[in-house]
Design a protein around this ligand. Structure first.
Ligand code: ARG
Length: 462
């Protein structure tokens, strides 16, 4: 069949430019598995409800299986004239079964068909992404565990603030990517809904059994309103929003990897196999992988914006505009998976320069807060202590020293509450150890967080 299934009321052939313009086959052909799965379930349901015979259903399902194999073997010809994957499969089925293929579209429209296909596809992809996120979180936890005691400067405003453990810093990313996994999992509830049987928009006159296709396609539930079911793309927007947030996390992490691998920081070194050189500057080793992850974040945000804009003023129910949902969706799935896959490989191979990190934590008055805390232990109210410590910093800056490099006499000019015990109080190790409030950077806390994460990741549910 090369005639379009909807050609009946037309007296003129479609202009070839219109065929090219309206075709989505190059994009949506990847939905073939889900289209065939949906059609097979629909055929089974039609037979069960007595709308077609069992023999017809069996022939349809067999024909659909053959088409799937032909596509997989690369034997199938895709042609713009047939618009989309649904019409390609239908047309191929008609060639195989001229008498009965036409019965498959009873009680169904491409409007509920495409919604089924995308939901089946996205359910599968979200599960893969959650799996990838789990592997990535494992890699982060492993790196934190291997560097449990490494001290680095913690930053606010990109200015040295207080010492923290590198493991604590890394576990911050574990938290972010765990929230992403939760967000995807929660969104899955709203993807896992069967729209099949909504037909074009109003439902159908046939005695269909929607519970049956819901069960056959392993959907958790079925949609409640046929108009909404064919118009709803919230589940894609939600996925794109979750993906955008996940990319924010990726981008922030990438930014740090880029900064940290610069000569200025020199906190880490990226593996040679994951860096690139320059065609003019022989010395260069560029962090292209994290840079591209940071860059690809822009595409994913763009995809979210594109779909929000496509949907924002559409009247109910289906409009062809909605065909434009697939490129942003597929591109986001591909981009996110690619970022996850490469990061899972790269992160375990970075070299941590622990000495350099600790050395950086020694400079820049990271112990100023602790000098104030010390004075509080001696009875001074925090605000006054803060003032004293601030003056000490100003003085030390003037003589090019760090606080712990001042003599006791110098220290005592700021407060006579200061004694010898100030020096052991201001060491990096002690400063870390004292931050044992829940969620703080103390070694024991971080070790417990690592353990809890390992446990969570060993459970099938996370
Ligand atoms: N290719 C279309 C899409 O992706 C399928 C639905 C077409 N429905 C229609 N009435 N033209 O949105």
């Amino acid at each position: 069949m090369k005639e379009k299934p909807w050609a009946g009321r037309f007296s003129e052939k479609t202009d070839t430019s219109v065929e090219a313009f309206t075709s989505s086959i190059q994009v949506d052909k990847r939905l073939y598995v889900h289209d065939i799965e949906g059609s097979s379930a629909h055929a089974r349901m039609l037979a069960k409800a007595g709308i077609i015979t069992d023999d017809d259903a069996a022939a349809l399902i067999q024909g659909l299986g053959e088409i799937k194999r032909e596509i997989e073997r690369g034997k199938f010809v895709f042609d713009d004239k047939l618009e989309d994957i649904h019409m390609h499969v239908e047309s191929a089925l008609t060639q195989k079964l001229p008498k009965i293929a036409a019965k498959l579209h009873t009680a169904r429209s491409r409007n509920d068909q495409v919604a089924v296909d995308v939901r089946l596809y996205l359910k599968e992809q979200i599960q893969l992404i959650i799996g990838h996120l789990k592997s990535f979180r494992r890699v982060i936890v492993k790196l934190a565990k291997a560097n449990l005691e490494v001290i680095m400067p913690g930053y606010t405003h990109l200015q040295r603030a207080q010492p923290v453990l590198l493991s604590h810093h890394l576990m911050a990313y574990y938290e972010m990517f765990s929230r992403d996994a939760e967000r995807f999992k929660d969104g899955l509830k709203r993807v896992d809904v069967n729209p099949l049987g909504s037909a074009a928009l109003a439902g159908t006159t046939y005695p269909i059994e929607r519970e049956f296709t819901t069960e056959q396609l392993h959907f958790a539930r079925m949609s409640g309103n046929s108009i909404d079911a064919v118009s709803d793309r919230d589940f894609i927007m939600e996925f794109l929003a979750a993906a955008s947030i996940c990319m924010v996390h990726f981008s922030r992490m990438s930014e740090e990897l880029i900064l940290w691998s610069s000569s200025e920081f020199a906190f880490i070194e990226l593996p040679d196999a994951f860096a690139t050189g320059s065609s003019i500057m022989p010395q260069k080793k560029n962090p292209d992988v994290p840079e591209l992850i940071r860059g690809k974040t822009g595409r994913v945000f763009g995809n979210l914006m594109a779909l929000l804009t496509i949907m924002k003023a559409l009247p109910l129910a289906y409009n062809r505009d909605m065909q434009e949902d697939k490129e942003p969706l597929f591109d986001t799935v591909d981009t996110l998976k690619a970022c996850l896959e490469i990061s899972i490989k790269m992160l375990p191979k970075i070299t941590v320069k622990a000495e350099r990190m600790a050395q950086a934590a020694q400079g820049g008055f990271l112990n100023a807060t602790d000098l104030a805390d010390y004075l509080v232990t001696k009875g001074l109210p925090f605000r006054d202590a803060h003032g004293c410590a601030g003056k000490a910093v100003g003085y030390a800056l003037g003589c090019g020293k760090e606080l712990h490099e001042l003599s006791l006499e110098e220290m005592r000019t700021f407060s006579n509450l200061i004694g010898e015990d100030v020096f052991p109080f201001l060491t990096l190790e002690k400063m870390i150890e004292r931050r044992k409030s829940h969620g703080g950077t103390a070694g024991r806390n971080v070790a417990a967080a690592v353990k809890a994460a390992e446990k969570a990741l060993s459970e099938t549910e996370s």
